[in-house]
Design a protein around this ligand. Sequence first.
Ligand SMILES: Nc1ncnc2c1ncn2[C@@H]1O[C@H](COP(=O)(O)OP(=O)(O)OP(=O)(O)O)[C@@H](O)[C@H]1O
Length: 263
Amino acid sequence: MATAHTTVPARAERATAEPAVQVRSLVVAFGGLRAVKGVDLDVASGERLAILGPNGAGKTTLFNVIAGDITPTEGTVAIKGRDCTFLSSRHRPRLGLARTYQKARSFDGLTVRENVCLALAGHRRRQLPLWRGPVDRELADRAAKVAARVWLTDRLDVAAGSLSHGEKRQLEVAMAIATDPDVLLLDEPASGLSRGERERLVELLDELAADVTLLLIEHDMDVAFAVAQRVVVMADGEVVAAGSPDQVRSDPTVHRIYLGVEG
Ligand SMILES: Nc1ncnc2c1ncn2[C@@H]1O[C@H](COP(=O)(O)OP(=O)(O)OP(=O)(O)O)[C@@H](O)[C@H]1O
């Protein structure tokens, strides 16, 4: 297999001293429920950050605000130095942001190739050929290259609805990386994967270009600690611990609040 250096575009020029993501005093209330209670977060350009925490900690809500799917009740979000607190999710790919969701968003009736083409075409803001017509060859070739990065070459012409759970997750990641993002948000990418599939996911994330900023919500500790340079732990809407994987692993608060809960 080709190495990361040959498969990933060199884009070192995009790494900057400015934080890729900066969250300040973030509060998200759903009626009377405060799902996020005053979170501050700086993610450096090119950093690999895992966000851990028990169910209901506010992790996805934080992601939703960063991705523009939710407008916060209070606080601000900046991406690469640009305040985008009120910028809708539709416009964030133009800032170099891509995300996956806990539930797959690919189209079951379209093939792997077509789904990746859709992601590519969306990025280029072209009118989508809806659909089933011949895919433009250059687009199809690019889709095949992206699919190869997630080991889906053999499945290019298979309908997404016929993929295994693990392959669907790979497709989700393919659709997110198709846009060659600067900032990639992955919400529980290892959920439901077999051990072998999880190992492949870690390999895939390790192969991302060094200047891609990665934020990962993950319940699977092995995946989170293998991928992340820094770990943030949330509980009950707040950040309760942060540090290197080793620091977080040995943090008594984390053991009590998170690891204890998870057993
Ligand atoms: N749209 C919503 N409306 C009302 N409450 C919500 C909404 N989204 C999330 N919540 C609530 O906010 C809290 C935080 O949810 P969130 O999904 O952010 O947690 P999480 O840490 O991602 O949990 P999980 O690991 O289970 O996905 C939970 O109590 C949840 O029920």
